[in-house]
Design a protein around this ligand. Structure first.
Ligand code: SF4
Length: 68
């Protein structure tokens, strides 16, 4: 139950402060901790990192951590 950041990331920082569970860390590449990401369920109606990201399809479902 997590999203992942792809190589399309431009390292703009737009997502960092928006994550309610502090699952995102900056660096190369930016990374979402699958143990912390809840896809914003219980916080928002949609994933905030996806909403804030200016790069289309940069943040996608993590196939290693599908929805339960
Ligand atoms: Fe954080 Fe929500 Fe993005 Fe998961 S989907 S990394 S909880 S902002």
């Amino acid at each position: 139950m997590a999203l992942m950041i792809t190589d399309a990331c431009s390292e703009c920082d737009a997502c960092l402060s928006e994550c309610p569970t502090h699952a995102i860390t900056s660096g190369r590449p930016y990374r979402i901790d699958p143990e912390k990401c809840v896809e914003c369920v219980g916080f928002y109606d949609s994933p905030q990192c996806v909403d804030m990201c200016p790069v289309k399809n940069c943040i996608v479902p993590d196939p290693s951590h599908p929805l339960a």
